[in-house]
Design a protein around this ligand. Structure first.
Ligand code: ATP
Length: 195
């Protein structure tokens, strides 16, 4: 039976940078799960790469077909955005091991959907000052930087990933992403021990 590795962490901790490398690693041979969002695509993103970028109407269509594993709603400074994991036939644990980027809330639902023994958390963390610095550097590269949204998310993440929430979900191991290569090596070693 395959495993699902769930990469989690506050914004700008490096989840996407780590995901990009792990999904190309031939030793791990992980199948990436692409989740869905209704938020606008950023300059450096490609549809079907970081997310499937869909319209709200399409999300409702999936919902009416009972295909939503989990869905989250965020009231952002640019309007309401939804993020969802959709059971669109991408995941079959008899076929291999999977990796996705998600949230703590979604991780819980994925665990109840696929069985907690099959779902492994990979929690990425860095100190707040470095996280904020990386977030600002990244945002500056956007055509229309949105520092209000950056700040909203920065603060919201500290609530979502509070020490209590992490403890309640039994997330003990923290992978500290100061050096990207070292973090990836560490995660890879642990992943290999599960597969
Ligand atoms: N170890 C690292 N050292 C320096 N910069 C890094 C490191 N890891 C990631 N970054 C940079 O930090 C920024 C945030 O990384 P990334 O987009 O991967 O984070 P994320 O957790 O996926 O963020 P979000 O959840 O907001 O999409 C990017 O500009 C990335 O290039």
């Amino acid at each position: 039976m395959g495993k699902i590795f769930v990469l989690m962490g506050k914004s700008s901790t490096g989840k996407d940078s780590i995901f990009k490398v792990l999904k190309e690693d031939s030793d791990l041979n992980l199948i990436p799960i692409i989740t869905t969002t209704t938020r606008p695509i950023r300059n450096d993103e490609t549809d079907g790469d970081q997310y499937f970028f869909i319209k709200y109407e399409k999300l409702i269509e999936y919902e009416s077909k009972g295909k939503i594993i989990e869905k989250r709603k965020y009231d952002t400074t640019q309007g309401t955005w939804y993020y969802a994991t959709i059971d669109d036939g991408q995941i079959d644990l008899s076929l291999g091991n999977y990796v996705l980027i998600s949230t703590l809330e979604a991780y819980k639902k994925i665990q109840s959907y696929f069985g907690s023994e099959n779902v492994i958390p990979i929690y990425i963390d860095i100190k707040d000052d470095i996280r904020l610095e990386r977030a600002i550097i990244r945002e500056r590269q956007e055509t229309n930087p949105n520092y209000n949204e950056l700040c909203r998310r920065f603060l919201a993440d500290n609530v979502d990933f509070s020490i209590e929430n992490l403890k309640d979900n039994n997330i003990i191991r923290h992978y500290r992403n100061y050096s990207l290569n070292e973090t990836i090596t560490e995660i890879k070693k642990d992943m290999l021990s599960f597969i």
